[in-house]
Ligand binder design. Structure first.
Ligand SMILES: Cc1cc2nc3c(=O)[nH]c(=O)nc-3n(C[C@H](O)[C@H](O)[C@H](O)COP(=O)(O)O)c2cc1C
Length: 311
């Protein structure tokens, strides 16, 4: 079969595929980020880091419940300074592969976001993703900043003022109107939107009668998240014109096509790496190309937003 090219454009970067390694899955070292790129990712996202090192939650922190994964890792990270060194090493190795590097930051306050952004930006990532939506640290940080227009916009403004590289704000699905929040962060200076982070959930061990995760509540990802992610991306695409990194439950090339049709410019893949191994990043791209050939889609750009058309 003559498969169409997966080449596409994102914020001025020429990507060889729209498949992007999502944050937190394996992006914890330069070697793993490079491995994801060599396995077929068009861009790679590092795990989120905050201004200071964090140990995260005690075990158990993740569980495969059948319909997907639930995790409450608790933002384990080495802190922005060590992360910047890791990112600089990764960037040097990714540049010759033509794979842009996405750094990811979080903070407990608006000003901490600015601080983490500034430290990490020294490593010159191609894009800075701002994780305002982690659902697993509520005990310490309270409601995620992604929960309200005002807090989401305030973080965006702080990060916009702290760095000169492009920024993407990562939104949460568990809000009444994600489109309003997307519009507000774009108004506040976001160059792109990443949608979505995990959806809060719980798994109970029926024998012990206790929640299975140490943190009790965790974030749902994988197949169970896909219809929620598609709806979020669809609604966001109706109100903003910045590119969207559509993320949530993409496990196959056909899932990736659906995400593009909903309005994503590129497609984040996380849990599928757990299910299928790191080779999934290249395989999902190959499956997408085969799907496009089979249904006569000439390019990734042609798929983008097609679900919004009447005919
Ligand atoms: C184990 C695990 C750790 C994660 N860590 C992060 C993180 O550090 N920062 C972040 O923005 N998202 C994190 N996420 C969320 C993913 O980046 C992604 O948004 C979510 O899992 C939905 O995509 P998926 O269904 O393809 O996994 C994590 C997800 C998982 C499963």
């Amino acid at each position: 079969m003559n498969t169409p090219p997966l080449r596409c454009e994102f914020l001025g970067f020429e990507l060889h595929t729209p498949i992007v390694l999502a944050s937190g899955i394996i992006g914890t070292s330069a070697a793993l980020l490079v491995r994801a790129a060599q396995s077929g990712a068009g861009m790679v996202t590092a795990k989120s880091c905050g201004p200071r090192p964090r140990v995260g939650h005690p075990n158990p922190v993740a569980f495969d419940f059948g319909g997907g994964l639930i995790n409450a890792i608790g933002l384990t990270n080495p802190g922005a300074k060590a992360e910047a060194a890791l990112l600089a090493e990764a960037k040097a190795q990714l540049a010759p592969l033509g794979v842009p590097l996405i750094a990811s930051i979080f903070g407990g306050t608006v000003s901490e976001f600015g601080t983490a952004a500034q430290i990490v930006a020294a490593s010159e990532p191609d894009l800075l993703e701002v994780n305002i939506s982690c659902p697993n640290v509520g005990d310490e940080f309270g409601t995620p900043f992604a929960g309200a227009v005002e807090s989401a916009a305030a973080v965006t403004e702080a990060v916009r003022g702290a760095v000169s590289c492009p920024i993407s704000i990562k939104l949460a699905p568990n809000v009444p109107d994600i489109a309003r929040i997307a519009a507000a962060v774009v108004e506040a200076g976001a160059d792109a939107i990443t949608a979505i982070n995990t959806m809060p959930g719980m798994v109970i061990d029926p024998v012990s009668s206790r929640p299975l995760l140490y943190n009790r509540v965790g974030g749902i990802s994988g197949p169970a998240l896909k219809p929620i992610a598609l709806r979020c991306v669809y609604e966001i695409a109706q109100v903003v014109s910045v590119p969207i990194i559509g993320t949530g439950g993409v496990s196959t090339g056909q899932d990736a096509a659906e995400m593009l049709m909903a309005g994503a410019s590129v497609v984040g893949v996380g849990s599928a790496v757990y299910y299928r191994g790191v080779a999934a990043l290249g395989e999902i791209g190959q499956e997408l190309a085969e799907f496009m050939a089979c249904h006569q889609w000439p390019s990734v750009a042609a798929l983008r937003g097609r679900s919004h058309r009447e005919t």
